[in-house]
Design a protein. Structure first.
Ligand code: DMJ
Length: 456
C-alpha cells in the first residue's frame, strides 16, 4: 500500500504537497506557505522503517536538492511543526544523515518569530520569509488554538537538544507555565486563548479537533523525558481527571465516548480526531496512581471499542468524520456533512497502541478490517483517496491522498503487524503526525545536557 501510494505521488505529484489521485495532479494547498514536498517529508521515516530504501533515497535527495526553506506565504505554525519539523527530526534520528539536521535547524529558526506576542503564546499563522505572524481569520477574537500552540513541545525540546540552544525549550516551557497557572473551568482546558491577554476566549472543550494533541503532548512530554518531566505528568493526569468527570459518557447502548463541552453544556458527539485518545489513555496507564492502572486500561479499551463501532456500523467499514450519541444515534453520523472519511489515522493509531499494550488479537483483526476497507473503497487507479460518505454502498472519492496517510495511517498499520521492538515504546514517542522521536534517556545525557546520539 505504501509503495503504491508513494509511486503514484512520485509519478504524478512529485515535489507538490499532496497527490490528487483521480486527476493525477499535484496539490499545494494553503497550510504550508511556500513550503513544498509535504508528502516527501512526511514519508521519509515510513519508507525507511519499511525498508523501501530506493524510495527513501529519492526522498532524501529531494530534501537535499529541492526543499527550499526560503519561502514566503502563509504557513500554519502547527502543520509545519508536526509534518516538516517532526518529519525531518525523525529522519535524522533514524538515519543519522546530517542533511536532515541542517534543514530542521534552519526551519526551527524561522518559526521563532511566531512567539513574539505579549504572552509568548504563538499565533497560528506565520510568514516564514518575513517572520510576521497573525491569527486564523476564523478563530474567534484573534485567539490562538489549544491544539496548535499546545502541540509544539516534543519537537521544540528536540530542536534544543540538536542545536544546543535552549531557546526552543524556553518557548514551549513558557506556554506550559501559562497554561498551568491560568484558572481552568472545572479543571478543563478550553480550545481558544488570547495570545495578547493570556485569557480563555470561549469555554469550548474538545478532545477532538482544536484540543486533541495538546493532551497527547502532555503525556508524551513526560514519556519523552524518560519520566522526569513531573509538571507534564501532573498536568496530564489533572486534565484526564477533569475529562473523566465532565466529558466521558456512556451511551444507552453501553458505548463509552468523550463528548464535547460548550460552556457546561454537553454536545454528545465524538470526532474521528478524538479517537486517538484510546491510545493516549493506554500509554499513560502505567504512570498515574497505581490503583488506577487497570481503570485507565479499561477506559482506553472502551474508547477504542467505540471508535471501532463507528467503523463497523458503516457500509464501507470506514468511520465518519464525527459520530453522535443523541436522537437515537449510537456511534453513527447523523449529519450529511459528518459522513466523510479522509484517510485519517486516529482509530488505527489506537489499535496499534492497544495491541502493543495488551496483545489482544482483536486489535490486529480490527486493523485488518481497515486494510480491507481501504483497499476496497479508497484505492483508485493512481493512489488512495478519501471518500465522501462512509454509509454509501457506491463510494464517491474526494480526489485527495493526504500526506498523513503516508506518515501515519500506513505507518501505524505496519507497526500493528510488526514486532514490538520495531520503534519500541520504551525508546520512542510518536509526534502527532506519527514521526518517532527518541526518548531522552537520563543515562544518555552528556554533561552539558545534550543527547548522546550514539546511545540510540
Ligand atoms: C494529522 O495531521 C495529525 O494526526 C493531527 O494531529 C490531526 N490531523 C491529522 C490526521 O487526522
Amino acid at each position: 500500500m505504501m509503495k503504491f501510494a508513494w509511486d503514484n505521488y512520485k509519478n504524478f505529484a512529485w515535489g507538490k504537497n499532496e497527490l490528487r489521485p483521480l486527476t493525477r495532479t499535484g496539490h499545494i494547498g494553503n497550510m504550508f506557505g511556500g513550503l513544498r514536498g509535504a508528502s516527501i517529508v512526511d514519508s521519509l521515516d515510513t519508507l525507511y522503517i519499511m525498508g523501501l530504501l530506493d524510495e527513501y533515497n529519492d526522498a532524501k535527495e529531494w530534501v537535499q536538492s529541492s526543499l527550499d526553506l526560503n519561502s514566503n506565504g502563509e504557513a500554519s505554525l502547527f502543520e509545519v511543526n508536526i509534518r516538516y519539523v517532526g518529519g525531518l527530526l525523525s529522519a535524522y534520528y533514524l538515519t543519522g544523515e546530517e542533511i536532515f539536521k541542517r534543514k530542521v535547524l534552519d526551519l526551527g529558526e524561522k518559526l521563532l518569530p511566531a512567539f513574539n506576542t505579549p504572552t509568548g503564546i504563538p499565533r497560528g499563522v506565520i510568514n516564514l520569509g518575513s517572520g510576521t505572524s497573525w491569527s486564523w481569520g476564523w478563530a474567534s477574537a484573534g485567539s490562538s488554538i489549544l491544539a496548535e500552540f499546545g502541540t509544539l513541545h516534543l519537537e521544540f525540546v528536540h530542536l534544543s537538544e540538536l542545536s544546543n540552544n535552549p531557546v526552543y525549550t524556553e518557548k514551549v516551557m513558557n506556554i506550559r507555565k501559562l497554561l498551568n497557572k491560568i484558572e481552568k473551568p472545572h479543571g478543563l482546558y478550553p480550545n481558544f486563548l488570547s495570545p495578547v491577554s493570556g485569557n480563555w476566549v470561549q469555554h469550548h472543550v474538545s478532545i477532538g479537533g482544536l484540543g486533541d494533541s495538546f493532551y497527547e503532548y502532555l503525556i508524551k512530554s513526560y514519556l519523552m523525558s524518560d519520566k522526569t518531566d513531573e509538571d507534564a505528568k501532573k498536568m496530564y493526569y489533572g486534565a484526564l481527571e477533569a475529562i473523566e468527570a465532565n466529558l466521558v459518557q456512556k451511551s444507552p447502548g453501553g458505548l463509552t465516548y468523550m463528548a464535547e463541552w460548550r460552556g457546561g453544556i454537553l454536545d454528545h458527539k465524538m470526532g474521528h480526531l478524538a479517537c486517538f485518545s484510546g491510545g493516549m489513555v493506554g500509554i499513560g496507564a502505567d504512570d498515574g496512581a497505581p490503583e488506577k492502572r487497570q481503570h485507565y486500561l479499561d477506559l482506553a479499551a472502551e474508547i477504542t471499542h467505540t471508535c471501532h463501532e463507528s467503523y463497523s456500523r458503516s457500509a464501507t467499514k470506514l468511520g465518519p468524520e464525527a459520530f453522535r450519541f443523541d436522537g437515537g444515534a449510537e456511534a453513527t453520523a447523523t449529519r450529511l456533512s459528518d459522513r466523510y472519511y479522509i484517510l485519517r489515522p486516529e482509530v488505527i493509531e489506537s489499535y496499534m497502541y492497544m495491541w502493543r499494550l495488551t496483545h489482544d488479537p482483536k486489535y490486529r483483526e480490527w486493523g485488518w478490517e481497515a486494510v480491507e476497507a481501504l483497499e476496497q473503497h479508497c484505492r483508485v487507479e493512481a493512489g488512495f483517496s478519501g471518500i465522501r460518505d462512509v454509509y454509501a454502498q457506491t463510494v464517491s472519492h474526494d480526489n485527495m491522498q493526504q500526506s498523513f496517510f503516508l506518515s501515519e495511517t500506513l505507518k501505524y498499520l505496519y507497526l500493528l503487524f510488526s514486532d514490538d521492538d520495531l520503534l519500541s515504546l520504551e525508546d520512542w514517542v510518536f509526534n502527532t503526525e506519527a514521526h518517532p522521536l527518541p526518548v531522552i534517556h537520563k543515562s544518555c545525557m552528556e554533561e552539558g545536557g545534550g543527547l548522546r546520539l550514539d546511545s540510540l
